[in-house]
Design a protein around this ligand. Structure first.
Ligand SMILES: Nc1nc2c(c(=O)[nH]1)N[C@@H](CN(C=O)c1ccc(C(=O)N[C@@H](CCC(=O)O)C(=O)O)cc1)CN2
Length: 303
């Protein structure tokens, strides 16, 4: 198994507008109950933070789940972040039995993009990242084919060609994991045409977002456009979801559809579908990186 890596200095993450460096983001998920918002807002006030945006949702059922996302301004945020996390853990999270995350909103997420031969979703993400439209830093592109290396090189992004066959998949996944070396916050499958093993998903240790080229749950699995044509559907779509061991069954983050007619060939469906795939994936990556997506069982809550 040989992996070839074309390493170039990763582009500097675009600086946010002046003053956005002191905007923090707190996301909390905990068993529902009275007084949660009061406890959290009192904590932020006690530590000198000013809430600038907040949203919350309760599943409502008895023994349900409460989710909250808030953005706050706190001067000298970055130097205070580590202590703030410890204080929130002791003063709030342990009392609520809460899972939480506190981070600087301006810090871009480090993303690895996996791709095969279809370039449209990959190039769209690289283009949006370069324009600063997506708060991400694409630290690497990983592909089981060499085809797209020149396109990726044009963005100054390292390209890691790791060939995969059914027989070599375990070894290939070990190479992929070594190449990522825990230096990413998110993996995006941009029409990557290899099924990731449960072991890979466990060991990569970060969320994996996949774009499936159908309006799930319709046409899960391979060749959805061919099957849509055979079925004579009047809408085709795309679905961005978290990848789980069960193919295309992960929690859905975003979907969209477009009308098609009986005149459309499979190529027409794929061409029209590509636009939907790109926008759906970009929205899902943007919302995930803005901490707007909470996984709740087999579903998501998107603020
Ligand atoms: N663990 C997961 N891995 C992947 C998921 C997922 O949801 N969970 N999504 C797929 C993407 N995909 C459809 O969107 C998809 C990709 C590949 C296949 C497939 O049958 N692949 C074959 C090999 C095909 C080839 O060599 O060209 C295989 O892996 O054996 C079905 C659906 C990405 N991975």
């Amino acid at each position: 198994m040989t992996a070839t890596v074309s390493r170039r200095p990763a582009p500097l993450a675009p600086a946010g507008p002046a003053g956005t460096g002191d905007i923090g983001r707190l996301v909390v998920s905990c068993p529902d109950g009275p007084g949660i918002v009061a406890l959290i807002s009192a904590f932020l006030h006690r530590h000198g933070a000013n809430i600038v945006q907040s949203d919350q949702f309760s599943t409502g059922a008895a023994g349900g789940r409460f989710m909250l996302r808030t953005e706050f301004h706190l001067t000298r945020l970055r130097e205070r972040l580590h202590l703030l996390r410890r204080q929130f853990d002791v003063e709030v999270a342990r009392r609520l039995g809460a899972e939480f995350r506190v981070r600087a909103a301006a810090t871009p997420a480090r993303v690895a993009i996996f791709v095969s031969r279809h370039d449209h979703c990959l190039l769209d993400l690289l283009w949006r990242a370069r324009r600063g439209e997506l708060p991400i830093e694409v630290v690497a592109v990983v592909s089981n084919h060499p085809d797209l290396e020149p396109d990726v090189a044009a963005f100054g992004t390292p390209y890691m060609h790791v060939p995969v066959t059914r027989a070599t998949k375990p070894a290939a996944e070990r190479v992929q994991l070594d190449l990522l070396r825990g230096e990413v916050d998110l993996v995006v499958l941009a029409r990557y045409m290899q099924i990731l093993s449960g072991d890979f998903l466990d060991r990569v240790g970060v969320p994996v977002i996949n774009i499936h080229h159908s309006f799930l749950p319709a046409f899960a699995g391979a060749s959805p456009y061919e099957r849509a044509r055979q079925r004579g559907v009047k809408l085709i779509g795309a679905t961005a979801h978290y990848a789980t061991e069960d193919l295309d069954e992960g929690p859905i983050i975003e979907q969209d559809v477009v009308r098609v007619s009986h005149r459309a060939s499979v190529a027409d469906l794929a061409r029209g579908g590509a636009d939907i795939e790109r926008t759906v994936l970009a929205r899902a990556v943007a919302w995930h990186c803005a901490d707007r997506v909470f996984v709740h069982g087999a579903t998501t809550v998107v603020f």
